[in-house]
Design a protein around this ligand. Sequence first.
Ligand code: 5GP
Ligand code: MN
Length: 338
Amino acid sequence: MIDTRILEITAELVNAKNIVIVPHKGPDGDAIGSSLGLFHFLRDKGHNVQVIAPNDYPHFLKWLPGNEEVMIYETETEKADELISNAEIIFTLDFNHLSRCGDMQNAVSSSKAVFVMIDHHQEPSDYADYTYSDSEMSSTCEMVYKFICKLRAGNKISPEIATCLYTGIMTDTGSFRFSSTSSDTHRTVADLIDKGAKNSEIHNNIFDTNSENKLQLLGTALQNLKVNHEIRTAYISLSQAELNKHNFKKGDTEGFVNYGLSLEGIIFAVIFIEKENEDMVKISFRSKGDFDVNKFAREHFNGGGHINAAGGRSDVSLNDTIVKFNRILPEYKEQLTR
Ligand code: 5GP
Ligand code: MN
């Protein structure tokens, strides 16, 4: 997006009182961090702002400043519908297609509000009046930081904003190790630390608040790991029964897929998680280098995401999903081994 368009947003913001911010369904650290970072910024400017998440999110994000202000669409649908229809501006964060806001899609798409998309996924759709999309960016949080700076309001970044944005950059970059992490990303987090983000505390709040159940579930996941060195691929599966055994809570499987990628020589890692009550298998794909899991997820598993991190779903059983995956895999042997 070019700067003159940003100036137009400034004009929209002058006139708008009611603003709604929407992260994607199954919100992660980047989705909630960017939503709350932008929430604090706009509220400090005097707007009525409401973050509405399509559904609930993991416990390890609930310490974020402003968390108590987040409305969950699934549980407060009527109130949320009213806020959405009265909104003058709707910011959609960390997703590129309205279907990613789940059951909120109808309410959101029928709103007369001005839409602003801020997102770092590839191939954005064109529903927004203002689209700030850049798939080179590490995270939507890094983009919200840039957005605030482009509005010449970098000096308005409070410790709360800094904390929210730091958190999402950290989670989406795997603690600054994925290849999406640029020198600019480091300059951004350095500035966020200067502005009040307590980096060590944030790492602790996100990564060192595990339950015993979660660690034991990780043990099961690692026992289930299957490795195919020949095609540099590893995958993990978790059945509903295994999740139940360890009293699964939302977010407990976050990051498990990365263990496959930590194996020497492995460049493609997958986790299949059976979701009995949704009648589907949730799949996460991760890769290293130029193996494009966004494409793989779009083509075979009804999903999408980024080159090195994508998600998808399957409507057949866990077993049949894995059979399908193993049947497809040989087609990619050349790409995975060159
Ligand atoms: P995860 O595997 O952690 O759920 O998602 C990895 C990345 O892919 C995230 O950036 C997420 O937003 C995106 N993603 C996950 N599931 C889907 C999906 O079903 N469709 C699309 N387009 N993107 C997804
Ligand atoms: Mn993101």
